[in-house]
Design a binder for this molecule. Structure first.
Ligand SMILES: Cc1cc2nc3c(=O)[nH]c(=O)nc-3n(C[C@H](O)[C@H](O)[C@H](O)COP(=O)(O)OP(=O)(O)OC[C@H]3O[C@@H](n4cnc5c(N)ncnc54)[C@H](O)[C@@H]3O)c2cc1C
Length: 455
């Protein structure tokens, strides 16, 4: 007999916590969340916290499962492709997918977070704000909660705890004290900073609306994602140290001069550039891998807490949302047999979250460097041509990750194989029209098994 639903304590009301709460409440569990920040619906957000996210198929699937996708539609902007900006101001558009249904969706982190918290509360979950998890006793299952404003500490009993508390997870910190807990964290030598392109005088977007804009400059880059209010949320990715780096830009004049020479067509749209630059924090980017993900069916890590990844594939949130759907599917199958559910969850997810972590690092070079290269653009065109002819057999790696729910580990392995095939097919041609279709047919039919495509 399946054990009955019980009470679940979530740590963190970021993006994964409230979505998971909704999915659990829909299954009859009772959920409470402890969140260290104040309620962002009542307190103004701090600067540099409104970076946009690209939401794609895996994330949308999870929102659909929770019945929340329709309400998100009014706060997203579909982006059909990358718009590359050269130093001379030339624009090159590269579609993301094979047609206009294959888009990624720009959404404000804050708006999404608010919509998810609203939904969790509507479903009956309780969110305790300004309440930090300051410790978890793995032996007794009690958590220590500190009120961030008063400093008061209380001890709470728990049945099951799920740490959705992000890349610096306090729950993971407790698990680190266990013997035989494996943990690695790898920081990039690059940081990021949020900047803004304001809306035009009539509230319009000052760049093409339905694109993710990129200013690739080899060692660094600027990107811009559209917001529904006509603004663009920009992110500058730059090394922490060195000649062109956050360390080297210390005065307003240096920042303006750097942008003038490297991103001239963007700087003219950023009247607040220097103020924004110094007002907003410089963020770090980290890849976290660890195991085990749970302890004795009593505590589990989920989302960035267990597999933080760098943002260059636009998948951290999508992957976390996929964790949420995977976890509740296992609960539907096994009931509240937590040890079994958590064990299966880790077995199913870890191989895939490790794969997307590696692909996200690879994609960094692609975005800042290769997107501006004509050979790379040719390969992208060849990929799309092959996909159009062999839709079940040849799906570009980007599409496997972004527009399908093919396991990340399959996308990684198949993507590497397809890369070698593309290398061979593209080495002696300069235009997609010159592709050797006979050779392509032979390679694809011999070496690639049909894919099971789910959206
Ligand atoms: C620059 C950047 C761009 C990104 N772009 C994309 C993108 O385009 N697409 C995409 O899919 N992903 C993207 N991501 C990744 C995405 O933001 C994360 O994967 C996602 O936010 C993870 O959600 P989470 O709920 O696990 O963690 P978080 O969103 O970090 O939420 C954790 C929550 O836990 C709370 N918390 C922390 N510690 C405690 C504690 N001790 N007690 C109580 N509460 C606590 C925090 O206040 C926070 O609210 C990007 C990330 C960055 C940095």
């Amino acid at each position: 007999m399946k054990p009955a639903p019980g009470k679940i304590t979530l740590i963190g009301a970021g993006l994964n916590g409230p979505l998971l709460a909704t999915l659990l409440m829909q299954r009859g569990f009772s959920v409470e969340i402890y969140e260290r920040r104040p309620d962002m619906r009542r307190v103004r957000m701090s600067a540099g916290r409104s970076i946009n996210l690209a939401l794609s198929t895996r994330g949308i699937h999870a929102l659909r499962q929770a019945g929340l996708w329709e309400r998100m539609r009014s706060i997203i902007i579909p982006m059909k492709g990358r718009m590359m900006h050269s130093i001379a101001g030339e624009l090159t558009f590269q579609p993301y997918g094979k047609n206009e249904t294959e888009v990624i969706n720009s959404i404000s982190r804050a708006e999404l977070n608010i919509a998810l918290m609203d939904a969790a509360e509507e479903h009956g979950a309780t969110i305790h704000f300004s309440q930090r998890c300051a410790g978890y006793d793995l032996r007794t299952g009690t958590i220590r909660i500190r009120h961030e404003e008063t400093g008061e500490e209380t001890i709470r009993e728990t049945e099951v705890v799920i740490g959705c508390d992000g890349s610096a997870s306090s729950i993971r910190g407790e698990m680190l004290k266990l013997s035989r807990f494996n943990f690695s964290q790898q920081h990039l030598d690059y940081g990021y900073k949020e900047l803004t392109i304001p809306a035009g005088s009539k509230g319009e977007h000052l760049l093409e609306t339905h694109a993710l804009h990129i200013w690739p400059r080899g060692n660094y880059m600027l990107i811009a994602l559209p917001n529904i209010d006509g603004t663009f949320a920009c992110i500058l990715f730059l090394p922490f140290e060195g000649a062109d780096s956050f360390a080297s830009l210390t005065t307003q004049a240096q920042v303006v001069q750097f942008f003038d020479s490297r991103f001239p067509d963007a700087v003219s749209l950023m009247p607040q550039l220097a103020e924004n630059y110094f007002a907003n924090p410089t963020g770090a980017m980290v890849t976290v891998k660890c195991s085990p993900w749970h302890v004795e069916g009593r505590v589990l890590l989920l989302g960035d807490a267990v597999h933080a990844i760098v943002p260059f594939f636009g998948q951290g949130l999508n992957c976390g949302f996929e964790d949420c759907t995977c976890l509740v599917e296992l609960l539907d199958r096994y009931g509240a047999d937590w040890l079994r559910v958590f064990t299966e969850f880790e077995n199913e997810r870890k191989v895939n979250t490790d794969a997307i972590a590696d692909m996200a690092i690879e994609n960094f070079t692609e975005m800042r460097d290769r997107v501006a290269d004509s050979r790379f653009l040719l390969r992208k065109k060849v990929e799309l041509a092959l996909e159009a002819k062999y839709p079940q057999l040849f799906v570009p790696k980007y599409a496997m990750v972004t527009f399908h729910r093919i396991p990340y580990s399959v996308a990684l392995a198949r993507g590497a194989f397809q890369d070698r095939m593309l290398e061979e097919l593209c080495e002696s041609i300069g235009r997609v029209e010159d592709l050797d279709w006979e050779k392509a047919d032979r390679l694809i039919r011999c070496d690639l098994a049909p894919l099971e495509l789910r959206q």
